[in-house]
Ligand binder design. Sequence first.
Ligand code: ARG
Length: 271
Amino acid sequence: MKNINSKKIISMIITILMAFSLSGCAQGKASAGLSKVDKIKEQGKIVIGTSADYPPYEFHKSIQGKDTIVGFDIEIAKEVAKDLGVKLEIKDMKFDGLLAALETGNIDFVAAGMTPTEDRKKNVDFSTIYYTAVQCVVIRAEDEGAIKSLGDLKGKKVGVQKGAVQEQLAKVQLTTSDIKPLGKVSDLMLSLSTKKVDAVIVELPVAKAYVKQNSSLALSKIQLKTGEEGSAVAVKKGNEDLVSSINTTITKLIKNKAIDKLVTDANSITE
Ligand code: ARG
């Protein structure tokens, strides 16, 4: 009898202890909150925000009759998703809306050839730089003889992407030109061929891609002083675990020269 009682008491104590530890667990989890990476894993997907007007970084291409967003930023994003073990969802928007979308949580990260400028760093965190290109000026092929230096752009209309570093660069370096900011680079190039603007500033690989697609356009010989440069992934401040996961993926891709191959592959399909 005595024996049975002590057994009962022990089992009661164990039950009480378990109940305590379980509620303790639940409380701990709720108060600590899930980290960004945990949330992404729980949802089974990560959302990239991009501006798919920037070949070979990101652009629209019809693949088997279906409009698809491709480019080396997208391939890097796919690797990021793969390393996290989740699916990638792509949201295409205007470049100048990307950081706001990050802020509101509409997207988890930005991969859009975005330069990690000091100004942007005040609001978002950046991964390490994965690619660097110089700025250059696209003009109409018929103007190749007339527009050869920065001075030749005096009084001309120069198109830049709204919110991009090129807008700032133009305002500082092309004080005698008429700067025309537009939301999409594709519209800038259309404005150039239809003579609404006379020049467009973009990064070199992008210039080459548009010139390859359109024989009425040409790459000018104009040299611009480069300010802040390079492309990095942007993440909302406070998501250190996501930044470090993205950095692990990027470092791996840089080390095994995979990024160079992704750039070459993306270049070969910009037609
Ligand atoms: N590198 C420039 C910037 O960060 C331009 C990037 C434009 N990217 C794009 N997908 N349109 O401002």
